[in-house]
Design a protein around this ligand. Structure first.
Ligand code: GDP
Length: 367
């Protein structure tokens, strides 16, 4: 490439090529392998979790997030044995677009709930875009300063394995472990974009949508489907000279919600305004959420919803397993590449190609 630096007469600053990577500088370190953590058995995990041991709980979550087959087997055993001890919590989904104030709010909400409801709080996340190595977007402890140092809170970033389905399933399984470890309030944070809300909605007892009041036409920006999922809407940043705008927006949301059919819970979602930064309006919002939980527990919707969610997760898991075994099959993957080319070049229709691949797959299963 033509660049002044490449000219031999160039006299400005130049980037030196780096020296060869030095070997290990400290020979002591080279010899001493890092102490390896003792392998835990399924029994160790279960006992630790039931005792509420946070270190073991963390390790169990890491285990279930692992994609290694040997880890998967132990993880499944641990989850199964924790299941009878799970379910005794209130699961709250908290969704909002980036910048809506989720971290700020969750920090305040968490402290409020711990102070007023007692027990222990776990904060989990579903964020399919997060990759831990690149710095996770959700669940990062530094974003929730108060909860991060609270002895009764457990914060876990989003699992980072590729597909949304996989990420969400792992969060769902983490809920089981946390409940078995005695966490009686579970927050599940999710980014308010794309499909993650649906996944989050299908594992919580109350789905809270965080909004901010902006230009006055915010209602147009939010998808009807998401509004319909919400059990409550909370407009954040209701402080300073934004208060009036938030009140107006709250009125618009409340009107819009009345146009939807009455949800199966029998409760029309309420709209609240609050400030995560100044802590105003938080008590009213949470009183309302806990009233909702009490009402649906007594009218039967709470249990019906959970049973329906369990079915959803069974089908989800089957779908994922089928899809994975199909796409990970080496012969199928070679044929898929051919089929892709055929379709792109107009030599085959999508339906014929799909049928051939499926036929081949089912033939191979019979063998
Ligand atoms: P997230 O991306 O949804 O997690 O949002 P953050 O919690 O990181 O907040 C985004 C920005 O909004 C930050 O600069 C916060 O300080 C600000 N913010 C959050 N809550 C409030 C609030 O209640 N009032 C005001 N004025 N700003 C807030």
């Amino acid at each position: 490439m033509q660049h002044p630096e490449n000219d031999t007469r160039y006299e400005g600053l130049k980037v030196e090529t780096s020296p060869e990577n030095p070997g290990v500088i400290n020979p002591y370190l080279a010899k001493k392998p890092r102490a390896r953590k003792r392998q835990l058995s399924a029994n160790d995990y279960v006992e630790g979790i039931l005792k509420g041991d946070v270190t073991i709980l963390s390790r169990a979550v890491t285990l279930l997030e692992s994609t290694l087959p040997q880890h998967e087997a132990i993880a499944q055993e641990v989850i199964e044995r924790c299941l009878p001890h799970s379910g005794n919590s209130v699961r709250i989904g908290i969704s909002g677009v980036p910048g809506a104030g989720k971290s700020t709010s969750i920090d305040e909400f968490g402290i409020y709930v711990l102070n007023n409801r007692g027990g222990k709080l776990a904060v989990l996340a579903i964020d399919p875009t997060s990759e831990r190595t690149k710095g996770s977007i959700l669940g990062d402890k530094t974003r929730m300063e108060k909860l991060a140092i609270h002895p009764d809170s457990f914060i876990r970033p989003s699992p980072s394995s590729g597909s949304l389905g996989g990420v969400a399933r792992k969060t769902r399984e983490t809920v089981v472990l946390c409940e078995a470890a005695g966490y009686n309030t579970i927050f599940i944070e999710t980014v308010g974009v794309g499909q993650s809300e649906t996944a989050c909605h299908s594992m919580v007892d109350f789905f809270l949508l965080l909004q901010v009041a902006g230009t006055g036409d915010e209602l147009q920006g939010i998808k009807r489907g998401i509004m319909e999922m919400a059990d409550g809407i909370a407009i954040n940043k209701c402080d300073g000279d934004n208060i009036e705008r938030c009140k107006v927006a709250a009125g618009h949301y409340a009107n819009a919600l009345r146009l939807f059919p009455v949800p199966e819970s029998g409760l029309i979602p309420n709209v609240h305004t609050y400030s995560g930064l100044f802590g105003t309006g938080i008590a009213e919002l949470w009183n309302d959420i806990f009233n909702y939980i009490e009402t649906v527990k007594s009218n039967g919707w709470f249990n019906r919803r959970r049973r329906r969610q369990n079915l959803y997760w069974m089908y989800e898991t089957i779908d994922q397993r089928l899809r994975n075994t199909f796409y990970q099959d080496p012969e199928i993957s070679t044929m898929l590449d051919e089929a892709k080319q055929n379709i792109e070049q107009g030599r085959q229709t999508s339906f014929v190609a799909a049928q051939r691949l499926l036929d081949l797959y089912f033939e191979r299963l019979k063998k």
